[in-house]
Design a protein around this ligand. Sequence first.
Ligand code: G3P
Ligand code: MG
Length: 243
Amino acid sequence: MKTKVWAHRGASAYAPENTLEAFELAVRQQADGVELDVQLTKDGKLAVIHDETIDRTCNGLGNVKDYTMAELKQFSCNKTHPEYTAAVIPELKEVLKLLKPTDLNVNIELKTGVYRYKGIEEKVLKLVKKMEMEERVIYSSFHHPSIIKIKKLDPEAKTGVLYSDGWIHVVAYAKLMGADALHPSVNNLRSEKLIKESKKKKIPLHVWTVNEEALMDYLAEQGIGAIITNYPDIARRIVDQKG
Ligand code: G3P
Ligand code: MG
């Protein structure tokens, strides 16, 4: 199957990561999907932001969990791309609303590794169901109990095992926990062993963060499941060249 192009935190090379602007651009750049990160606010809302704090991306300081969603909306989040003066932290429901009319896949990464954000799995599943987007969502997390919980709550939900260090029996591990895909760091793909094994066991690889053209080309040639990249436009061109 043709390798998919998923925009990492939206088209984040060109617009502030995890903002509506970055997701809109990913659609325009003809990505097949987007990857985004979710944290929980003080008032239990699903905020789309990578870090536990707003310090790096927004013009403020502090933990996401210590602000209400309305308070978070007061901050500009265009630190990396100052020309985007209107960029703010979106709520997950806003992103899903934006993507609903498209056919893009959505990889929702639950950022539960630092703070547990009790109940986040239930909230995300409920929202996706309400939006009737279950078919094109895949859940991932570095904190594997979260994806185990997602599967337990909804056996139909698709999950991906997110990891950054090389493991020896990762395909078997994914099978054991009932996951549908592996989400390895690109640094784990310097040999073809994992690619071969994943094909054999029918566990697709969704690889992040692939920003080098030569790597995109290699992974597209190998027919991996998805390239997760900050440059969906470049990946689109490379994947399409393969026919
Ligand atoms: O989900 C793929 C990738 O986003 C995982 O790492 O730190 O960019 O969320 P990070
Ligand atoms: Mg992520």
